[in-house]
Design a protein around this ligand. Structure first.
Ligand code: 13P
Ligand code: SF4
Length: 331
């Protein structure tokens, strides 16, 4: 039976799904019946990526959410991504498979502390990475993603004082690229902070022809040994256009699914984390989503993102600014 109290307890509807169901087919059927669209991030498991109507990085997903004509958006990613879709589409129903799919980076920026920090620097323009809560977005002037952070910072006058939040690794990377003075919030993503430089260099010794490529949420020592740095979409594009045959990939391992699909002849080696015997680095939040949770979410239209309208409106302005700048720049 459908139990709304499950959402509080488990984060999702804890209903058993008939093992004999052809889930991809049933999910597609529900989407057609309800005019629903499934948007999925590259960090989702391969089977979820394969049933999604649109797969992308954070920027592409926000852009797609803002233009979809569907009545329901099922966002298979983490909470702040579903929240962003709801901020952009208040009239639509936005579902996520699991309410407990959070984000350590978003959590590293508590709104009350950030509000105080912002108030201490009233002459600064606040640029926040999209990986933050709606409350932080509401305290922000312009949102950015890893695809457009550099261009967003450079779109401001050279002498503009900037606060960059919440990711210190992306902030420091952009600071080094632009030479801009920026106050950087001390937050980080536990997945990208976990990569082991030592194990990556060991892999490079074993595979000298493999290029190391990394997401800018990684720590500086990893970025320094990387031959290409970019968002998940940029990494995917790079491996398709580059002439090397193998890559050591320092970001969440879900992206490898698309890399292998797009370049079946190439070899992709996931960069390993520090404290694990495991060879790859998964985001435990992203990986909470399953086909069964997606099926139940679509069938019962729950869990749904519900937002306070005042916060939503305040959070919408900096996201729209990002979308406008990105459109002008053809991103
Ligand atoms: P992008 O989707 O912008 O590459 O960001 C990666 C990420 O950490 C999403 O949670
Ligand atoms: Fe957040 Fe990191 Fe997971 Fe992305 S990979 S959702 S930044 S914890």
């Amino acid at each position: 039976m459908f139990k709304e109290s499950d959402i509080k307890e488990f984060g999702f509807l804890n209903l058993e799904v008939d093992k004999d169901l052809d889930l991809p087919k049933e999910i597609q059927k529900l989407c057609e019946e309800k005019n629903a669209v499934i948007l999925a991030h590259y960090y989702q498991t391969g089977n979820i990526q394969d049933i999604a109507h649109f797969i992308g990085d954070s920027l592409a997903l926000a852009q797609e959410a803002s233009r979809t004509t569907a009545d329901i958006i099922l966002f298979s990613g983490v909470h702040f991504m579903g929240e962003t879709a709801k901020i952009l589409c208040p009239a639509k129903k936005v579902l996520i498979p699991d309410m407990k799919a959070g984000c350590s980076l978003a959590d590293s920026c508590p709104p009350a502390k950030f509000k105080k920090f912002r108030e201490e620097h009233p002459d600064h323009t606040v640029i926040s990475y999209i990986n933050c809560s709606a409350d932080i977005k509401a305290l922000t002037d312009i949102i950015c993603t890893s695809t457009n952070a550099l261009q967003i910072v450079e779109s401001l006058p050279k002498d503009e004082k900037i606060i960059f939040a919440p990711d210190r690794n992306l902030g420091n990377y952009i600071k080094s690229k632009t030479g801009r003075e920026m106050l950087i919030w001390d937050g980080a993503c536990h997945v990208h902070e976990e990569f082991s430089l030592e194990r990556i260099l060991d892999l490079k010794k074993e595979n000298p022809e493999a290029k190391i490529i990394a997401h800018p949420e990684c720590q500086k020592p990893i970025l320094l040994v990387s031959e290409f740095i970019g968002s998940t979409a940029a990494l995917l594009k790079f491996v398709q256009n580059d002439d090397a045959n193998s890559y050591i990939v320092a970001t969440e391992s879900g992206i490898l699914h698309q890399m292998v699909k797009k370049c079946p002849q190439k070899t992709f080696i996931p960069a390993p984390p520090k404290d694990s015997t495991c060879g790859c680095n998964d985001c435990n939040f992203m990986k909470l989503n399953t086909m069964e949770k997606i099926y139940n979410a679509l069938k019962f239209e729950s869990p749904e993102i519900i937002m306070d309208e005042t916060i939503r409106k305040k959070a919408e302005t900096p996201i729209r600014r990002m979308l406008e700048i990105s459109e002008k720049l053809g991103l």
